[in-house]
Design a protein around this ligand. Structure first.
Ligand code: DSN
Length: 478
């Protein structure tokens, strides 16, 4: 396929948009420039292919298609059926899953679908059954009280947010923390690693209905075979949220005990992180949960997004190609090179390194909070996000960590040599940034000082580093 086709497609699209609201066309163009010029190290971001992006920009967006393939609540869904069935088939084949549900709009949607599927499967609730046969509007007030009573206080055990778990795994401000009586497992304070004996102990004491594995800021592999054994020992359903590392599972970097799909009863994911697809979610499950999962609409979801399901089909087809396995391996090679580069320059990393796509720097060693470090790096053209570290004294807003990941830069083609240069740039910024003070002289967790000339110099070096690896090389908007 010619590069010219990509330029023509995106240029024409912008021309059409510009005729209606030029400021939107300008913002889309500016976003491409910004993404091209910055060193994107946000562990949960990537660059979807032009084919994936284009599959979303069309009239599939106009179609309602509540229901499932071949069983819709609207007429005229034959083409939506085609793309939804294709996306599900690619997902099943790619991950070796018995069943795939590709309608969730996001990771939280996917997790909510999974939670409700497990509740419906495991909890005897006549009121829920009524709700699920699409009589939600017919439920009386007494039915709703019964539903709350029957489902309430079910227990969930997931990884704590500050140890690297996700807010949808039972964090109190999230709906998951309100739906469930929740308890969390952390990591060993010395090694930073999951202590499976402690997880087993917590499971024995708490007896959860659902044991959740998976993370968004844990830089190591997780042994899903052991977690499944723990779940089985207490009669829990084992759910894994593989949103962050789905690309490493797809690319067969995580296999055996580290592949969640053969071990978990139900697996959720987003499609836009290391998997490199469109922004969206997905649920994979074992056959006995399939019917419940397919009731995601109307329990949790409204109409699916057919344009995004089309893009999921494209991206999943891409991930089934042999070169995706090479890409997935390079993500990990790059993360390890980045970790080595930082360690050799004196940085402190949570768990002392990585064996996945992300690295968590404890920036307290530089005398900074995560917020100060994040902003100083951004001033220098390096896009990261602040993140709690285990037992973080600065909480979830200021934090003591910076999370960095390699899926995006690996997509651009950067390799291990460039990761060492990236480590040098990060280290330079962090060593040259000084924590600021509040007006009353007390230490500030947000203010900082970084010489503007140095920040500009690093930003230029970052741009130079990226120059050899253009982003969307086939797209010329000029
Ligand atoms: N926001 C995602 C992340 O950055 O990890 C998770 O939801």
């Amino acid at each position: 396929m010619s590069r010219n086709a990509e330029s023509t497609a995106f240029r024409s699209a912008l021309e059409v948009i510009r005729a209606v609201e030029p400021r939107v066309a300008d913002a889309i163009g500016a976003e491409l420039t910004d993404q091209r010029e910055s060193l994107k190290l946000i562990a949960s971001e990537n660059y979807a292919s032009p084919a994936t992006l284009l599959a979303m920009g069309n009239w599939f967006s106009d179609k309602y298609a509540e229901g499932t393939v071949g069983r819709r609540f609207y007429a005229g869904c034959q083409n939506v059926d085609t793309v939804e069935a294709l996306a599900a088939e690619h997902a099943r084949e790619l991950f070796g899953a018995a069943h795939a549900y590709v309608q969730p709009h996001s990771g939280i949607d996917a997790n909510l679908v999974a939670f409700w599927a497990v509740l419906a499967d495991r909890v005897e609730s006549p009121a829920l059954k009524k709700a699920q046969v699409r009589q939600v509007n017919d439920l009386s007030e007494a039915d709703w009280f019964a539903l709350r009573r029957e489902l309430g206080n079910q227990r969930m055990l997931g990884m704590s947010l500050d140890a690297g778990g996700h807010l949808t795994h039972g964090f109190r401000p999230n709906i998951s923390g309100k739906m469930f009586d929740q308890r969390s497992y952390g990591t060993d304070p010395t090694t930073g690693l999951i202590d499976y004996d402690r997880v087993a102990e917590a499971a024995r004491e708490f007896k959860p209905l659902i044991l959740v594995g998976g993370y968004s800021a844990y830089p190591r592999k997780v042994n899903f075979r052991i977690l499944r054994e723990i779940a089985d020992s207490v009669g829990a359903t084992f759910m894994v949220d593989m949103a962050h590392f789905a690309g490493l599972v797809a690319g067969k970097v995580f296999t055996g005990d580290f592949d969640p799909v053969p071990h978990a009863h139900i697996v959720t994911t987003t499609t836009h992180k290391s998997l490199r697809g469109p922004r969206g979610g997905m649920v994979l499950c074992q056959p006995e949960l399939a019917d419940q999962v397919d009731r995601g609409c109307p329990m949790v979801l409204g109409g699916p997004l057919p344009h995004v399901m089309a893009a999921k089909a494209v991206a999943l087809a891409e991930a089934r190609r042999p070169d995706f396995a090479d890409y997935a391996q390079r993500i990990v090679d790059n993360a390890q090179a980045l970790a080595e580069g930082l360690l050799s320059r004196g940085a402190t990393l949570v768990t002392g390194g990585t064996d996945n796509h992300l690295v968590l720097i404890d920036v307290s060693g530089y005398g900074l909070t995560g917020r100060q470090a994040e902003q100083a790096l951004l001033d220098s053209g390096i896009v990261t996000n602040r993140n709690s570290v285990p037992q973080d004294p600065n909480g979830a807003w200021y934090t003591s960590g910076i999370r960095i990941g390699t899926p995006a830069l690996t997509t651009r083609g950067l390799g291990t040599a460039e990761m060492d240069q990236t480590a040098e740039l990060i280290h330079t910024v962090l060593t040259q940034t000084t924590a600021g003070a509040n007006a009353d002289g007390t230490p500030s967790k947000a203010k900082y000082t970084l010489d503007a000339g140095l920040a500009d110099k690093v930003a230029r070096q970052a741009t130079d580093l990226l120059a050899t690896y253009p982003l969307y090389p086939g797209v010329d908007l000029s």
